[in-house]
Design a protein around this ligand. Sequence first.
Ligand SMILES: [Zn+2]
Ligand SMILES: [Zn+2]
Length: 225
Amino acid sequence: MIKYLYSLLTQIHPKPVIEMSTLTYDEAKTWIDTLKKQIKQRNQKMIGSSEQFLEKAIRSISTTDNKELYQIGNELSLHYFNRPCKIPIEWDKSLKNAAGCFQFDKRNHKPIRIVQSLWQYNQFGAQHVIGTLKHELAHYHLFIQEKPFHDADMEFKQTCRKIGAPLFALAMQEGYETSCSVCGESTGLEKKEKKKLASRCCKQPLDFGEYVLILPDGSRIEVIK
Ligand SMILES: [Zn+2]
Ligand SMILES: [Zn+2]
């Protein structure tokens, strides 16, 4: 019960001062009821004010910890799904080839967390992260309602369209744009500048151009490597 009380306390700001060590059973029970009511009221208030929640106005998100990232995710969750997000949302420093990811325990059918690529935030900014969060939240909410929740599922795609989330938060290509040094035909992306590579068309060395990212929607972004 103390554990439960503690978990409720982590959701409340500012925290009331409770002398945990000397708490009687009845006192703890009263606190739990009070805190539950407070959290419920706050969540309802957030749903009520959701029209004033301007996701388009968000230009930056703190990356020193996961607090603001979670806050934004939870507001998106309340706004689009009328339910809070009950799993952590965390920055991931190593995730590069995906914008974000919804992790779950397959065997016990339990949601675990949502991770968001820190690298992609630094590259593409806050609005990209918000799009990704909406996509991952769609996975999460369909999953907990035991509905089809995979990227390829019809219901998932419909949900994404309804809330204006990108259909793909995954796969992104990156590399130097290359072309044949003789005829100039495009020869695709290469991760490294290799002198030995030869073009298929003329069997000649390649020219290396800009380092680019190709997003799932096909847009091309030059990056400085
Ligand atoms: Zn997905
Ligand atoms: Zn050629």
